[in-house]
Ligand binder design. Structure first.
Ligand code: B12
Ligand code: SF4
Length: 460
């Protein structure tokens, strides 16, 4: 039986900086939901689609040749982040080597931020900017109808080469999220994912963090599905895959308190458990939220805290150390079992002293049972810091996208050179690691190791 399809959608293989075990932990093992929404929209429009998730299932860029032979698609679309875009390009090269007529498309946050950069590679035919559902459908329709380039230039959300230049068509406004089809989960082997209950109930974010690229990608418009549809998706996952534990993997779940409270009310009589991303100001300004969320089954919260210094915290999200600690204590007291508070070093205002404050807040939160990942600020294309480094006094040292992951220093700040930042980062990791214990992550604090790090930060 022929497996021929119109469209083959792919994720990139795991970038080399992530160990093979990285995708075997629950947080990194969710179906590629954005790509699956694109797949669902294409199927709704009558196109046949296959999806292969290299990231989760493994494989090398060259393996794409076998998929081309198997599915003989008209178009191949690859979803890429900054740190994996070199792999997406390699995949497109392999496609063109075996099937030059197959149309190659790259989408995702990186492609949206720097379409011209990608189109400087002849193996890429089109870049889809922003949300891909409608653009992919319209592009396929146009290709099927044999439309020429001038017709394509009217199609919003696209970029392609024209002569020696690049055409950027008008921006496509974000969709009403209720109109976005549910991810086509039937196209991936769901049993291979540890997070079968991953779902996205909103897109966008109302905050404007200077280091974040999803703001540019998503615009500032926060859109969310109707609560009834969110619960229907959860019920569907429960009926079809036996899922009773869910993860909302979106930028921020708590931006609009009324919608969260409404959703919680619908979940009160279901025995689901779930986790989500929250912000300290949202929970602090709406104290009723945590209790309602816990009653509705919320057991895990992820916060981007980013710094332990009051001045830096104030600039990020109207936060302070006190508010962070109080909110974490309240969440723990109300019944949140799993807390993750993540941090970034390399803010434009960071000095050795502010980073020592960050370490001390990390230790406070660890003593309360929180997990505390730390990373170095990465100037992702599309983030304010990458667009206007001079406004922040930042020097960006690398445009090698393969280096754009969280444990390499790619910037110098007004107070810290790149090398210092990297040295401080590894010192910080050592200090945090000294607090790991055998049982629950709280561990036995190796006080002398932490003191050594605090001294290192103080001295320079
Ligand atoms: C959930 C999430 C994860 C999950 C992914 C789970 C999954 N399988 O989906 C996990 C934890 C695994 C993860 C890991 C990482 N993530 Co992440 N993640 C997110 C988050 C919060 C939501 C992703 C999402 O579902 N978005 C919603 C959907 C609708 O968007 P989407 O997937 O991008 O797809 C839409 C469009 O982009 C477009 N599209 C995308 N691909 C394609 C392809 C084609 C052909 C077409 C036509 C369209 C198209 O259409 C889709 C539908 O509209 C985003 C933030 C964000 N707002 O996107 C960060 C984000 C994508 N992650 C980011 C990063 C940096 C990482 C890591 C590198 C972090 C690390 N640990 O080192 C890793 C890398 C993993 C990898 N694949 O290489 C950055 C990417 C920045 C960048 N420029 O690269 C983001 C933007 C967060 C941020 N602001 O910094 N992540
Ligand atoms: S870092 Fe988080 S809170 Fe800040 S803009 Fe990005 S998604 Fe929003």
């Amino acid at each position: 039986m022929s497996e021929k399809v119109d469209v083959l959608l792919l994720t990139t293989p795991r970038p080399p900086h992530l160990s093979p075990s990285a995708v075997q932990v629950s947080e990194n093992s969710a179906p590629p939901l954005g790509l699956l929404c694109v797949a669902a929209a294409l199927e709704e429009a009558g196109f046949s689609v296959a999806v292969y998730d290299f990231y989760q299932l493994g494989g090398k860029p060259r393996d794409v040749a076998a998929l081309v032979a198997r599915y003989q698609p008209r178009l191949i679309g690859v979803s890429a982040l900054t740190s994996s875009v070199h792999l997406a390009l390699a995949m497109c090269r392999h496609v063109k080597a075996v099937a030059p007529d197959v149309v190659t498309v790259i989408g995702g946050p990186h492609a949206t931020a720097v379409p011209e950069d990608l189109l400087s590679h002849p193996e890429v035919d089109f870049v889809v900017r922003g949300e891909g559902e409608q653009t992919a459908v319209e592009l396929m329709r146009a290709l099927r109808a044999g439309r020429d380039r001038s017709a394509l230039s009217l199609l919003p959300g696209l970029a392609f080469r024209e002569g020696r230049g690049v055409v950027l068509t008008p921006e496509r406004p974000p969709m009403d999220f209720d109109q976005v089809p549910l991810p086509a989960r039937h196209l991936v082997p769901m049993e291979r994912y540890l997070q079968q209950g991953a779902l996205v109930s909103s897109r966008g974010c109302t905050y404007r963090c200077w280091f974040c690229s999803s703001v540019t990608f998503n615009t500032h418009r926060y859109r969310y599905r109707s609560n009834a549809l969110v619960v229907a998706e959860m019920d569907l996952l429960c009926d079809r895959f036996g899922v009773r534990s869910f993860e909302f993997i979106e930028d921020t779940f708590t931006c609009v308190p009324e919608r969260v409270l409404g959703l919680c009310r619908l979940l009160w009589d279901r025995e689901y458990e779930w986790s989500c991303q929250a912000t300290i100001p949202d929970l602090e300004e709406h104290p009723e939220l945590i209790a309602a969320m816990v009653r509705a089954g919320c057991r895990g919260l992820f916060f981007g805290i980013e710094s332990g210094n009051d001045q830096v915290l104030k600039k990020i999200k109207r936060m302070s150390r006190r508010k962070v600690i109080d909110t974490i204590d309240r969440a723990r007291g109300e019944g949140i079992r799993h807390l993750v508070t993540s941090f970034i070093i390399g803010h434009p205002w960071d000095t050795r002293e502010t980073i020592a404050d960050t370490l001390s807040l990390i230790l406070e939160l660890r003593s309360r049972g929180a997990h505390t990942p730390v990373s170095i600020l990465v100037p992702f294309p599309g983030s304010p810091i990458a667009k206007w480094p001079e406004r922040f006094g930042i020097t960006i040292h690398s445009r090698n996208w393969a280096e754009y992951h969280y444990n390499r220093a790619l910037i110098s700040t007004p107070h810290l050179r790149r090398e210092e930042l990297e040295e401080i980062y590894f010192e910080l990791l050592e200090a945090v690691t000294a607090t790991y214990g055998p049982k629950d992550g709280r561990g036995s604090l190796s006080r002398s190791r932490v003191d050594a790090s605090l001294e290192f930060l103080a001295k320079g």
